[in-house]
Design a protein around this ligand. Sequence first.
Ligand code: SF4
Length: 343
Amino acid sequence: MEKKCLKGMSREELNVWCSEISESVFRGTQLYEWMYRHGILSFDKMSNMSNQFREYLKKYCFIKTLCVEKILPSKIDTSSKILFRTLDNQLIETVSMVDKSRHTVCISSQVGCALDCSFCETGRMGLKRNLSTGEMVDQLIFVRGHEKQSITNVVFMGMGEPFHNYRNVINAANIFHSSRGFNLAASRITISTAGILPRIQQFIKEKQKYKLAISLNATNDTSRTLIMPVNKKWSLDSLISAGREYSNLKKRQVMFEYVLMKGINDSTDDAHKLSHLLQGIPCKLNIIPYNETNGIFQRPDKETISRFSNILHKNRNEYRVLIRWSKGQDINAGCGQLVWMQE
Ligand code: SF4
């Protein structure tokens, strides 16, 4: 009989499952807390369970979905990259970034990615499969146990397009947010998308409380389609409108991301157009200087980067502008650099 994976199940699902196997319903909540609040990876350590139930769990269930293959600490900053192996031998990466009192963990949501953005190493892998909720949760459990500093923020910006794995990502975010799980505020959990419009609309309709980030990277459809083929399906305008709709919901503010690439999207004209596109939208704009990886694209020089951001600063209306320098440059842990490492 195949063992059942409990990791990733919600409290309700665990409660129902416990009653189905004729256990008390409250055992489900206990399992939930052991797995997520305490990060226990062995049934033997679940001290408030009866011996009989623990033996049952050991025989028929499992709760560990990932093995750590390698930990790469950066030599130039306080980030590190963790390479995990899944039970079916796939490799995924997670990035942990500590910055003063902030500890952000960048989670992968898929093995590879189908979207093939031309500036992204993960895109080159193609899509192998979606990650389960449990595999996303286990990334965070490992980092929490490994780093001294408490986790303050989670971003779904690692390998994969989170909105191509919508339900599992939302379920993982719910566990991160739950007070019986990781107890992170919803405003500290960000889900980023390259622009899967129907899922953005679903996210808005369901009034999900997590933060939404949309990756723009261009100021017109022709150039966006060249670097992000997904734009053929859903245009820049439709994404900006969806971002505006999200920001109009109470207490939410969309984050737009713009990876700045030399000679591709870094002209003064682009800066003016971008500022025009964002006028009147309460949002945050992250300008991310490109992390060079494949030799095709380059990072603009410092003057170009500051000229670009100054134009946006000067013209800003309701939006805020931030230049986000990726951490872990020496270990290829920056935006768009995650790819499974071949020996
Ligand atoms: S940038 Fe994001 S959506 Fe695009 S290929 Fe890379 S992982 Fe996929």
